[in-house]
Ligand binder design. Structure first.
Ligand SMILES: *Cc1c(COP(=O)(O)O)cnc(C)c1O
Length: 370
C-alpha cells in the first residue's frame, strides 16, 4: 500500500471549484501584486489569530528576515535561537549580520529549552527566536518574563504552527513582539507557491513592516529605509483565502489522526519502544514526529514498503558547514543532536485513511519484530 507523506492532490480535489473561481477572479482583475486580495487575507488572518495587524509577505523566510530588520538588528547584535529547526530560522540572523547564539532544545517539545535561555543573554542580545516546531506552540512564560525584564524582543517562528495554541489558548505567533508564518505548500495552510505573513499587536512595527515590504518606501519612490521586495502575490492570497476556510477542519483532522496513531502504537505494543509526541490539545500537527531507535534502518524498511517518511532535520544548525566560523562542535547541543539521529515524521495529512495509518504502524511493528 502506498502512503505518501503529504497528499496535496487529494486536498485540491476537495476544493477545486472554489480555488478555480478565486484564481479566475484575480485573472479578470489583472491585479497581481498586493491589493484587495492580500488585504482581505491579512484581515482574515488577524481574525484567526486575534492579532491586531497582519502583513502578507513573500515567504516565511522573508517574514523572519523582515522581523529582524524591523527591530534594526544587525552587526554586533546577538539573537538567541534553537539549533534544531529549518535552516531559515538561523539563516536570517546571519543574513542581517547578527550572531546566532544557540540554546539546546527541550527533548519533549523540540523547541528551545526556555529555562536555559537566560544564561545565554548578554548586553548584545537583541532578540530571542523560539520555533514552534512541528506545530507545537509551547508555553513561553519563563522566557517571556526574562525577555520583558531585559527589554529583549521575542520573534516567534510559527512557520509550522498556524492555528496552534498554547496551554492558555493563545494563538501561536501572537505571544511575542512578532510572529512569522509560512505558506510553503507543505505547511498546514499552503499556497500554490511561496508566501508568508508577519503578525503583531504593535502598530509601529506593523507600519515598519509594511514599509520594508516595498523597499522601505513611503510614499512610493521616497525611501525612508532600505527594505526589499517582500510582497505577496494576489494569486497566492486568493488561493489562501479559500484554503483558510478549511484550515480548522484540516487541523482537527490532523489532531484526530494523531490520536489514531497513539491508539495504534498502543494496540501494537510499540509504546515502550518508541517516543511519541506528547498529547497536547493545541498541537496543530504540521508533522507527527516520533523518536525511533535505529531510525535510519527503519526509514529504509518503510520506504521499501511504500511508506513515505521524512527526517526533520538530519543535521543540527550549529554543525552546518556555513556556520563553521561560529566555532561550535559536535557534542555542544546533545539534545538537538539526539533528535537529529532519532526523529522521523510519519504521514499525518488530513486526507490519510485509517487503513493507511494501520498499515504504517503494522510495518513499524514488523520492523521491530512484533
Ligand atoms: C518552512 C519554514 C520556514 C521558512 O518558510 P518559507 O516559506 O519556506 O520561506 C522557516 N522556519 C521554519 C521552522 C519552517 O518550517
Amino acid at each position: 500500500m502506498k502512503v505518501p507523506l503529504l497528499d496535496l492532490r487529494a486536498q485540491f480535489a476537495t476544493i477545486r471549484a472554489e480555488v478555480r473561481e478565486a484564481i479566475d477572479r484575480v485573472c479578470e482583475s489583472q491585479h497581481f501584486i498586493l491589493g484587495p486580495e492580500v488585504a482581505a487575507l491579512e484581515e482574515a488572518i488577524t481574525t484567526l489569530c486575534g492579532a491586531r495587524f497582519a502583513i502578507g509577505v513573500s515567504s516565511g523566510t522573508d517574514a523572519l528576515l523582515m522581523s529582524l530588520m524591523a527591530l534594526g538588528i544587525g552587526p554586533g547584535d546577538e539573537v538567541i535561537t534553537t539549533p534544531y529547526s529549518f535552516f531559515a530560522t538561523v539563516g536570517v540572523i546571519a543574513r542581517v549580520g547578527a550572531c546566532p547564539v544557540f540554546v539546546d532544545i527541550d527533548p519533549a517539545t523540540f523547541n528551545l529549552d526556555m529555562t536555559a535561555v537566560s544564561a545565554k543573554i548578554t548586553s548584545r542580545t537583541k532578540a530571542i527566536m523560539p520555533v514552534h516546531l512541528f506545530g507545537w506552540c509551547i508555553d513561553m512564560n519563563p522566557m517571556l518574563d526574562v525577555s520583558k525584564e531585559r527589554g529583549i524582543a521575542v520573534i516567534e517562528d510559527a512557520a509550522q504552527a498556524i492555528g496552534a495554541k498554547d496551554s492558555k489558548g493563545r494563538q501561536a505567533g501572537t505571544i511575542g513582539a512578532m510572529g512569522c508564518f509560512s505558506f510553503f505548500p507543505s505547511k498546514n495552510l499552503g499556497a500554490f507557491g511561496d508566501g508568508g505573513m508577519v503578525v503583531t499587536n504593535d502598530e509601529k512595527l506593523a507600519e515598519t513592516l509594511r514599509m520594508l515590504r516595498v523597499h522601505g518606501a513611503r510614499p512610493k519612490y521616497y525611501h525612508r529605509m532600505v527594505g526589499g521586495n517582500f510582497r505577496l502575490d494576489a494569486l497566492q492570497a486568493a488561493v489562501l483565502r479559500v484554503k483558510l476556510k478549511h484550515l480548522a477542519a484540516w487541523t482537527a483532522a490532523r489532531q484526530g489522526n494523531a490520536q489514531r496513531y497513539r491508539m495504534l502504537f498502543q494496540e501494537m505494543g510499540l509504546v515502550e519502544r518508541v517516543v511519541l509526541p506528547e498529547d497536547i490539545p493545541g498541537h496543530s500537527y504540521n508533522q507527527f514526529v516520533v523518536r525511533f531507535p535505529d531510525r535510519d534502518r527503519l526509514r529504509g524498511f518503510l520506504r521499501e514498503r511504500d511508506v513515505e517518511t521524512e527526517v526533520y532535520y538530519p543535521l543540527p544548525l550549529h554543525l552546518q558547514e556555513c556556520f563553521q566560523g561560529l566555532g561550535y562542535r559536535d557534542g555542544d547541543f546533545p539534545q538537538a543532536e539526539a533528535a537529529a539521529r532519532e526523529s522521523l515524521a510519519l504521514p499525518i495529512h488530513p486526507e490519510i485513511t485509517e487503513t493507511q495509518q494501520r498499515y504504517v504502524v503494522s510495518q513499524i511493528r514488523e520492523f521491530y519484530g512484533g
